[in-house]
Design a protein. Structure first.
Lengths: 572, 572
């Protein structure tokens, strides 16, 4: 059956049409124009929907069918929903309407003919788009308007699951993970005790053990938690290091310790500095380590800086080695760093927020060689492994230190006289009290894919990056930020427009080049075709950082990105 | 049409039956026993499902209809799903199967004949329940097994939305909020920049402004963030106080400041102590304030302790006033505390994680009188306002301090040369990098209910608590922990079994009473009928703490709780 397009502009604006997602209604919308009252429309549409349903009972357009086959008595008000008496049917009806919006969004997100975004400036959205008003009010809105709000929220947002969204380390939309999140929010519980999250607490324990096994700690022994992101996970590592060497700081504060210093690469994530500031070390005591041209820490520089700090009377405490740096995707040489940490008795943390996922790949895990010597590891499944946001683990080799560091034994939560084994009440290890259930989606994805499914995903993403690298390394108008095959999926490059090619390097030239990436990025966002990140680094002017973690991306999307950059940049 | 029950045990165990949620299949399950191969069953069931669908096309059992009307070719493997070629239909089919599991769960959760939980000890779940194995493996599972896993995860979990779940400050399952979470996870983005979360960033700004208006800060001016829970929100408040008075700590560490002390009630939440430990103050420098018999801070004690600290040469920095304490639901006298803070130039934080919601109620907001004088406020909509977990705001009166305290200006995220107004890139204010989208569900609920909807919910919960209080205050066998009408929904009481009534107070008697609440709680969990918290407090032995935040709870549920306690406790 062909699908006639809607004959009037009204059709696309009519709440009834939009809600029911009718197939175009054979010219009937012209009537709406004349009789545009909600009640009449509701009636017309209900009848039409029923007819349509019977007519197309066998069509394979599933999403459409759900809507079409119901009596379409959308509840009008939140008070109709559960826990209202007789609220069951309106609740299911409402949720199914929402699910239809979401499944339509999902279908479009994976369709390359859909834009990645429909860009608007903040003031435009704040002023209110047609029918979409962000302001809150004293009075309730109808559920029909709520559904319109849902649709508009998605419409003006960013499709991070789109095959051509390359803007962040987290991208893609895993369907199993998504189902896991829907279940998690339906269960609506909290990780602090076994009492109210028995299954999730056990899933967390088993999954963390599995991750520790992959790190290589004997028997998967140790401890850990899922935390609200890599920055908090890294913060935990600094807290544990401090507790290990200066446990009295917990009660007496930093004044009980000497001047402690932390070491991390100049290419490392800014969260190490944030932790230094928050935990009372001070950012001056976060010493940045020099890196080679690929962004990897130079171990000799670490040792020299440790010695220099000691000579000043400071006490080196903690070294962060990055496994997969944010911009270059660099892997610090963990074994060499571990040798130095052992020599000087320092806590070694590996920030594998981005690179930890490579432990799942037999082909690439060697890049983290030595990680088994770390005292603690950050590993964010929500990045390279495609788990929905948020999912970040802090893992620690020594048992007991996480609890020692954080426990306060609150009587109202962690009663010792419960009827079950209360060692499963893990909440007191956290700096949080309530803790979101981040484990289920990850556990479910692991079940569905198996370790080998994650491995395939990671290998494929790294292959794609190498494909990009091979395509642009000698291409006219492209210049790599550093030489050699990328260690991770990060590919960093400048695009040099024709007007800037073949010219001698000068401050003026560099200033011009600095403006190229932001201009192209702005054009990308305004046209909505693709998104990729850029930034300066050290004395290097703005360059593009391409990353691939999206399972939907293919070589054709990489080709598309290159073409878009060339198309948008050619006249700059 | 009557629904014949399933004639064989096989029916309920057959994956095909379970997945398709057939109505009982007219005795056909006996055949399954004999021909129990997946392939054959799949065939039989597909045919049956089709027949059933046509037969019952007009039934109003919506959930059943979805399933019954599809061709029921469930995808077999995660590789069938998007982004697979032709993955659209299997994806929708799979998600609808998940939604059916979830909507069935929701319906049962609100049904009082369903148990709140089906209790199992950790070792039982770890050993594996029939068909439910928590272990992860190298190989993928079929999607049918994934659906079984989803169902079992819910089966062995806790129904926190059940009308008789009173165990935590967060309870209930708001359908609009749930829809909001489903959308949030489908959008799968991150709050750090306007670039990738334009709508959510603006919703957060508008909602925080609205909350600041309700606090009473002129024009709703100030700043804020949604954080991963009240403990982190409280931690922010301490960090901001430190930055306000000793900004050099950010770069130089705690050694740049004198010995700083924090003040908080002995009844306050343990997160203030956790913050003291984490941020380098030390728990010894978190001074606990004495309270009256209702658990409210005694202002004179605060002033005396400030003076004593100063005499020792310490520097008082920060006072936390609790608006709604965790156990008693007490509201500290904010105005009197604010007077003292002004006199001694201290940062005043109000921890309204639990009680902040009362600001929405014209009847109850007076309990927070003086909150407009606070420098910062924690307010968790995921508690009293019934927003799904997690949703916690830290609000601050002074603009700029949150950014001053936390910003590190990471070049790869917060480029100054973007095409839009980058003051909307709010991520650098946070101690997190990636930050989960906690705003949408709350914004959507506010849209759907209006301020007056929240007000009605809060007034109703407080009425219910007063109903409970009135019922038990003079009831035989019940003894209140403190006298007078509760300030919040917390009602604290002992149940005294007949065997302990009318006896003189003694250590032995108190030891016996101490064991009563845990025993009744264990019975509740094992029978699964209801859940309510208990704990000791100071020198008071274990007592029940009843709280109401669940919109589904009614007087009959309160009656039920009292009956259950009496029934379970009568022979102790």
């Amino acid at each position: 059956m062909t699908q006639p397009t809607c004959p009037t502009a009204v059709a696309s604006r009519c709440a009834q049409c939009v809600l029911r997602r009718h197939p175009p209604l054979h010219g009937l919308h012209s009537t709406h124009k004349d009789t545009h009252t909600q009640a009449k429309l509701k009636n017309v549409h209900s009848v039409l929907a029923y007819e349509y349903a019977w007519m197309h009972g066998c069509t394979r357009k599933l999403g459409m069918k759900i809507c079409a086959l119901f009596p379409l008595t959308l509840p009008s008000h939140f008070l109709d929903l559960l826990p209202a008496k007789n609220g069951e049917e309106p609740t299911i009806q409402f949720l199914l309407e929402v699910v239809e919006i979401l499944t339509n969004y999902i279908k479009k997100t994976f369709d390359r003919s859909t834009k990645v975004l429909d860009f608007h400036h903040p003031h435009q959205l704040l002023e209110g788009m047609e029918g979409f008003n962000l302001e809150l009010s004293d009075q309730p809105e109808s559920l029909e308007q709520i559904l319109v709000d849902c649709r508009d929220t998605l419409k003006y947002g960013i499709r991070t699951g789109h095959p051509r969204f390359f803007n962040q380390l987290s991208s893609g939309l895993d369907i199993i993970g998504l189902a896991g999140e829907w279940l998690t929010s339906t269960a609506n519980t909290n990780m602090f005790t076994y009492e109210i999250a028995p299954v999730f607490v056990l899933m967390e324990q088993l999954t963390l053990k599995k991750m520790r096994e992959m790190i290589g700690w004997p028997g998967g022994e140790g401890d850990g938690l899922f935390s609200p992101g890599g920055a908090i996970s890294n913060m935990y590592s600094v807290m544990m290091a401090r507790y290990k060497y200066f446990p009295e700081v917990k009660t007496k504060g930093m004044s009980a310790a000497p001047r402690l210093v932390l070491f991390t690469s100049e290419h490392s994530h800014y969260s190490i500095k944030k932790a230094g500031a928050a935990l009372g070390f001070g950012t001056d005591n976060v010493i940045l380590l020099s890196t080679d041209e690929r962004g990897r820490v130079i171990p000799a520089d670490l040792e020299a800086k440790i010695i220099a700090a000691k000579q000043k009377g400071y006490v080196p405490l903690f070294v962060n080695a990055t496994a997969g740096s944010t911009v270059y995707g660099a892997f610090d040489p963990i074994n060499e760093i571990a040798d130095i940490c052992e020599k000087y008795n320092l806590w070694l943390h590996v920030d594998g927020a981005w690179g930890g996922g490579l432990l799942m790949s037999r082909k690439h895990r060697h890049k983290l060689n030595g990680v088994e010597r770390a005292n603690s590891v950050t590993w964010n499944p929500h990045k390279m492994m495609g788990v929905p946001l948020q999912c970040s683990a802090i893992l620690v080799r020594e048992k007991g230190i996480l609890a020692g560091c954080n426990s306060m034994c609150a009587g109202y939560l962690f009663q010792p006289d419960k009827q079950y084994d209360v060692t499963y009440d893990t909440g007191d290890k956290a700096i949080q009290c309530g803790r979101h259930v981040d484990i289920f989606k990850f556990w479910l994805m692991w079940k569905a894919k198996g370790t080998i499914g994650f491995e395939q995903h990671i290998d494929k993403c790294l292959d794609l990056s190498q494909y990009l690298y091979n395509k642009i390394k000698n291409r006219e108008g492209f210049q790599m930020v550093f030489d050699g095959v990328p260690q991770h999926t990060n590919v960093c490059f400048w695009y040099i427009p024709p007007s800037l090619r073949g010219m001698p390097d000068s401050n003026e030239w560099r200033e011009k080049l600095h403006r190229v990436a932001p201009k192209i990025k702005a054009m990308m966002m305004e046209s909505g075709t693709t998104m990729v990140g850029y930034q300066p680094q050290g004395n290097k002017v703005n360059f593009f950082r391409m990353v691939v973690s999206n399972a939907a991306a293919t070589q054709s999307d990489i080709d598309f990105l290159i073409d878009e950059i060339e198309r948008m940049g050619q006249d700059l």
